[in-house]
Design a protein around this ligand. Structure first.
Ligand code: ADP
Ligand code: MG
Length: 503
């Protein structure tokens, strides 16, 4: 696919842009933190990624529909229970979350309002069946012109907890605009400020809580290379309302929080109005029973959670697979155009339950693993299975109930383009890349009423060709990230996609 300037760049131009980018990135906080507490420029691509305009517009247009859908699904206890039944039988992590939901539901839910800071992730798929182009490594390698009609927007997943990168994405958009101006290019890059948009969700929730003295708690994990991305969110809240006090602490620190009889939550003697979870989306954050107890205590409280436990559960891969079944979206979304917008983005998904559908999916996965991605109920990258690993795993667990914790998803084959990757260690390489587009949003409401539903900017993440996913996003261990990270912040060029659609 065409990029905004012909590649490779002349050596002098490349050196000039890298130099300009380095200083701009540091000054604008496009940074991560390494184990030695040193700041490094976050890996990014040097130029905007070309994305087909029509598909981008579709992603924006469907954003609020998806938010409404997940809000409603999260508030349908029976649906969640039935959808997750086979997973709960074998996956202790999802079961642990479910137990919290059951417990607070039986005790009586103290806070009906949920705050969702969400991101719906997509790839733009190229229909390789109609072309002579190569399809390798799960992507369609297309040179030059791409016909819009051969492309489709495909949802990868919908994130309901700890959706990061809004801060860095906002900064990389500024960087690319600046570099385009340095190159004197006549390009119009899209405005992008997801960090402010998502921060406004926290501000609104704090106002809904209705106590000027209440604090917002960010539940974080540490050390975390993405500390500055989180700081961006914190500072964006401050910019919007400097009276809001934010306390950042780990889930372990939160064990000292006090829940009063009337279900108010106090941390360091301050009443907590909003709890924003940047952590606890993954089993590795639950290192002891005490952590589970702490998470339960928070859920019991009147504080507005971002997200509450049922909204978190609605984001499981299993729920996403169940939503693709005929008639399910229609149960929640009454506008037929919205239903159509949502359904148009679905890739095929199958459960692996011990029934006919599950048996068929199992056979498909074993016989044609290159056509699928196998997903467990986990968040944060690095957990999925691809290619022969699918075959191996499914062959091993085919007769066991263990298989029911996975879903099998059709593999999306995105378009390929070239770009320069600037790694954290400052090395640079011209690579074949594919992009994922995420659309941020805020959805806040009670089971019966939506209070806020917004679309508020995007994230483009780009990975080098041949990598199945960016394992580095696990954030456990920085050495591991350095070795595996295949995720580069990117942004989009309108010219990039205009060029594509006009050719
Ligand atoms: P996680 O919650 O771990 O982020 P995702 O569903 O987003 O899980 O998958 C992680 C990564 O795996 C994605 O960012 C994408 O690169 C790759 N991936 C996931 N689903 C597909 C798919 N259907 N086709 C191709 N790649 C996929
Ligand atoms: Mg993801």
């Amino acid at each position: 696919m065409d990029t905004i300037v012909p590649l490779p760049l002349e050596t002098g131009t490349l050196a000039f842009l890298l130099d300009q980018a380095k200083d701009f990135a540091i000054v604008h906080g496009l940074v991560i933190c390494d184990t030695a507490d040193q700041q490094q420029v976050a890996s990014h691509v040097l130029l905007p990624s070309p994305i087909i305009r029509k598909r981008y517009i579709e992603a924006v247009e469907v954003a609020k529909d998806f938010n409404e859908l997940y809000h409603k699904v999260a508030n349908d206890y029976n649906f969640l229970r039935d959808a997750l039944k086979s997973v709960l039988a074998v996956d202790s992590f999802t079961k642990g979350l479910w137990n919290i939901y059951e417990t607070v539901r039986n005790e009586g839910i103290a806070q009906p309002i949920n705050l969702g800071i969400v991101r719906s992730d997509y790839m733009v798929e190229y229909d390789h069946k109609d072309s002579q182009n190569n399809v390798e490594n799960g992507v369609a390698d297309v040179n030059g012109d791409v016909n819009d009609s051969n492309t489709r927007l495909r949802q990868v997943e919908y994130n309901t907890i700890a959706t990061g990168a809004a801060g860095l994405s906002t900064q990389v958009a500024k960087l690319h605009r600046y570099l385009a101006s340095e190159m004197e290019l006549e390009v119009k890059l899209l405005e992008n400020n997801p960090v402010s948009g998502t921060a406004s969700g926290i501000v609104e929730a704090w106002q809904m809580y209705g106590n000027e003295r209440a604090v917002v708690v960010f539940v974080i994990y540490s050390p975390n290379p993405q500390v500055y991305d989180r700081r961006w969110l914190e500072y964006a809240v401050y910019e919007l309302n400097s009276r809001i006090k934010i306390i950042s602490c780990t889930i372990h620190d939160m064990s000292e929080a006090v829940l009063t009889k009337d279900k108010k939550l106090f941390m360091k003697d301050r009443e907590v109005g909003v709890v924003y979870f940047r952590s606890v989306g993954s089993p590795r954050h639950f290192t002891s029973n005490e952590v589970w107890e702490t998470r339960l205590n928070i859920e019991r409280s009147m504080a507005i959670k971002c997200p509450n436990i049922n909204f978190q559960l609605s984001g499981t891969k299993k729920v996403q697979q169940e939503l693709t079944k005929p008639g399910v979206v229609e149960r929640y979304i009454k506008d037929p155009n919205a239903v159509q917008r949502i359904r148009a983005t679905f890739a095929q998904q199958f459960n692996l339950e011990q029934n006919e559908e599950g048996d068929n999916a199992l056979r498909l996965g074993i016989e044609k693993p290159e056509g699928f991605v196998l997903k467990p109920q986990r968040e944060g990258g690095g957990n999925n299975f691809f290619g022969d690993d699918i075959k191996e795993l499914l062959s091993k667990i085919k007769d066991s109930d263990e298989r029911t914790q996975y879903v099998l998803m059709e593999r999306i084959r995105p378009l390929v383009f070239k770009n320069y990757v600037v790694w954290e260690d400052k090395s640079v390489a011209l690579c074949d890349m594919v992009s994922e587009l995420g659309i941020y949003g805020v959805i806040m409401g009670t089971p019966d009423r939506i209070i806020m539903n917004t679309e508020c900017g995007h994230l483009v993440r780009t990975k080098t060709l041949g990598t199945n996913e960016e394992k580095g996003r696990r954030f456990i261990d920085i050495d591991e990230i350095k070795q595996h990270v295949q995720l580069h912040l990117a942004t989009m060029s309108e010219n990039g996609f205009s060029l594509v659609s006009q050719s």
